[in-house]
Design a protein around this ligand. Structure first.
Ligand SMILES: *Cc1c(COP(=O)(O)O)cnc(C)c1O
Length: 433
């Protein structure tokens, strides 16, 4: 993009194709090259020292920064109207980088209990072993977050659009609770993608994506990204020493003072990514950048197909219920219209009549749909959460997070809609024979 016009001033589709990338100056290569290199030659020892001290931007070693990955980071920040971003090897790695940057041992945070199953396990079990306590909250009433706050809470984590369950949260009100408590609101925006929803516009401070899903979009590459709005005042909040106190590993540098509105992602990179190492591979960054170029087109088809499938299933005699916020019967329909006006994604659940066994037989009887644990692929995907992604949870947690025994999850792809509907109809009749 041209330098006199800021990325933010371009339309979404233009940013999806151009943000962060320029023709490669040495060769003129128009597409972003895959910088398949571990390290970068220093000009001299002073240059190297400046880079290591973070007093100059540049590339040292690909665990920290890589030019292909940097393009992806800038692009994701631009799409979310954020200030800066740091990429990671997966969505879960992005969550780890975020909380390691935010919390000290003994700290606590609140999370919606309607989350991706893996996030519930990460927060509830593995984070506990690091001394971080997560309190899960019923997110459908924003005031529940206010009630659950403790003096040690350092953040609120939600998915605006959450599955299973087709739940849409009142993100603006939850952001107000976080603002009153002077703690950041962190939104996992994976299910919506930045095309359908921009949490920062509604008051989120940090946005996370599993780029594995809609952003890469083709089921090819694992990845994650953390984006900061640049608007959170870490000094004023007065409870984030990791951001506001001198860091011994960088000669007493203070991240917020030195890097200001991109201090959080700088710290996530310079400390958490440096010391734990879950970096995104340049090849995966390249595939994700390529995927993002068609994100607006893909999302339009994803939501159009999902809407048609939800309507078809809602009228099907072998279906008990459909939880898609795009249906007027959904209790989340109005919130979806406010926060996801272009459509509430393409991942949703429905209940088959007959419960657990019918559900299992259905996923096994599909031909076009793939039975697997991913979402956001070009292909249509089907899963029985109770026997797969949510099986680590207790029965009570499963039901609470919308993954009861009869629940089937769909991720509607980009195939011809007639073929998608035919496969579902066939799967349902095979399962109930
Ligand atoms: C997949 C997913 C994650 C985890 O991301 P990975 O890339 O699989 O580590 C987190 N949140 C949501 C909503 C997801 O769909």
């Amino acid at each position: 993009m041209t330098d006199d016009k800021k990325d933010k001033e371009f339309g979404f589709a233009t940013r999806a194709i151009h943000a962060g990338s320029r023709p490669e100056p040495l060769t003129g290569a128009r597409n972003t090259p895959i910088y398949q290199t571990t390290s970068y030659v220093f000009e001299d020892t002073d240059h190297a020292a400046d880079l290591f001290n973070l007093s100059r931007f540049g590339f040292i070693y690909s665990r920290l920064t890589n030019p292909t990955v940097s393009v992806l980071e800038e692009r994701c920040a631009a799409l979310e109207n954020g200030r800066a971003a740091v990429a990671a090897a997966s969505g879960h790695a992005a969550q780890f980088l975020t909380f390691f940057t935010l919390l000290e041992p003994g700290d606590e945070f609140l999370a919606s209990r309607n989350l991706y199953g893996g996030s519930m396990t990460q927060f509830g079990l593995s984070f506990k072993r690091l001394g971080w306590t997560c309190h899960f909250v019923d997110p459908t009433d924003p005031e529940n977050f206010r009630k659950a706050l403790t003096p040690k809470c350092k953040g609120i984590f939600i998915e605006t659009l959450a599955n299973p369950g087709g739940i849409v949260l009142d993100v603006e009100k939850i952001a107000a609770v976080a603002r009153d408590a002077q703690i950041p609101l962190i939104v996992d925006n994976t299910m919506a993608s930045p095309y359908l929803h921009n949490p920062i516009e509604w008051g989120a401070d940090i946005v996370i994506h599993s780029t594995t899903k809609f952003l890469s979009g083709h089921g090819t590459s694992m990845g994650g990204v953390v984006i900061e709005s640049g608007k959170f005042d870490w000094f004023k909040a007065g409870k984030f020493p990791t951001m506001t106190q001198p860091d011994p590993a960088y000669h007493g540098l203070t991240f917020y003072e030195t890097f200001g509105d991109f201090g959080f992602t700088t710290k996530a990179r310079a400390v958490a990514l440096r010391d734990f190492g879950p970096s995104m591979a340049p090849m995966n960054a390249f595939l994700t950048i390529t995927g993002i170029e068609t994100l607006p087109l893909r999302m339009e088809r994803h939501v159009a197909n999902a809407q048609a499938v939800a309507k078809f299933l809602a009228g099907h005699p072998k279906v008990e219920w459909v939880s898609y916020a795009g249906l007027p019967s959904s209790p989340y329909h109005d919130l979806a219209k406010k926060y996801l006006p272009k459509g509430p994604g393409s991942v949703f659940t429905f209940g088959v009549k007959g419960g657990f066994d019918v559900g299992r037989r259905m996923v096994e009887g599909m031909e076009l749909f793939s039975h697997l644990a991913n979402i956001g692929d070009t292909r249509s995907l089907i899963l029985h959460p109770a026997s797969t992604t949510h099986r680590q949870l207790s029965e009570e947690q499963r039901v609470a997070s919308g993954a009861g025994p009869d629940v089937i999850r769909l991720s509607i792809g980009l195939e011809s809609i007639e073929d998608i509907l035919e496969d579902l109809d066939r799967g349902l009749s095979r399962a109930t024979k």
